[in-house]
Design a binder for this molecule. Structure first.
Ligand code: 3DU
Length: 213
């Protein structure tokens, strides 16, 4: 993943054609495409391969099972062309390690989630999960743009590992705040694909993430 725009598109649309339309419009302004269950269930897992021909694809399946099942899921995603996957850390270090092994290290581990409910259970254990991500050899963590101060705190735990940060736009976070707090990339969905002009919205957000406005 090239660190050019410092932005990852969260492509949570539920039609194959719409997904392709949005990607064509914004591909110059994003460094990777993150897909989640809505699009995988709507368009089928072949969408991973199709999108991987355009950009790096991060499969955000929020994997959180026993190590063997995690391994099987990650192997299928990588076989179809995913560049990285996202897993939960609460299932324990062995479960995270299974994802790391199956993806050759291309795993981002969720720490504190960005929505209000993320404060209930994920916030109190987020620091411990960041330690697990580091010791399991993950590529990075997912940390909330809605609470930039938490990005800064989690950065101290993980050192130079990557931070990808959702919560910009529709959830109220700001691209520049997240990057300033230490995020490597922001993750943006609705503020781009629901915009009147997705290309223009992506262009402005990428400029903000690159610290140009
Ligand atoms: O709020 P948006 O529409 O910009 O989408 C955010 C994306 O990031 C979406 O795919 C969601 O599943 C994912 N995500 C979070 O929003 C918050 C997290 O803590 C982790 C992932």
């Amino acid at each position: 993943m090239q660190k050019k725009n410092r932005m990852i598109l969260a492509l949570d649309v539920t039609s194959h054609d719409e997904a392709i339309r949005v990607v064509a419009a914004v591909k110059d302004y994003v460094d990777a495409i993150k897909i989640n269950w809505p699009l995988i269930l709507a368009a089928g897992p072949e969408i991973i391969t199709e999108l991987s021909r355009v950009k790096d694809v991060i499969c955000d399946m929020k994997i959180s099972d026993i190590p063997n099942t995690n391994r099987l899921i990650v192997e299928q995603a990588m076989k179809r062309g995913a560049s990285a996957v996202i897993c939960h850390g609460f299932a324990g270090e062995d479960s995270v390690r299974a994802c790391v092994d199956a993806s050759k290290g291309q795993v981002f581990v969720l720490t504190e989630m960005s929505h209000p409910g993320g404060k209930q259970f994920t916030a109190p254990v987020a620091d411990k999960i960041a330690v697990i991500a580091r010791s399991a050899g993950a590529r990075g963590i997912v940390a909330p743009a809605t609470r930039p101060e938490r990005i800064a705190e989690l950065r101290k735990i993980i050192g130079s590992m990557e931070i990808i940060s959702p919560g910009v736009g529709a959830q109220g976070g700001k691209a520049s705040d997240a990057i300033r707090a230490g995020a490597d990339y922001i993750i943006v969905g609705r503020a781009i694909y629901e915009a009147q002009d997705p290309r223009d919205a992506a262009k402005k957000l990428a400029a903000e993430a690159r610290n140009e406005i």
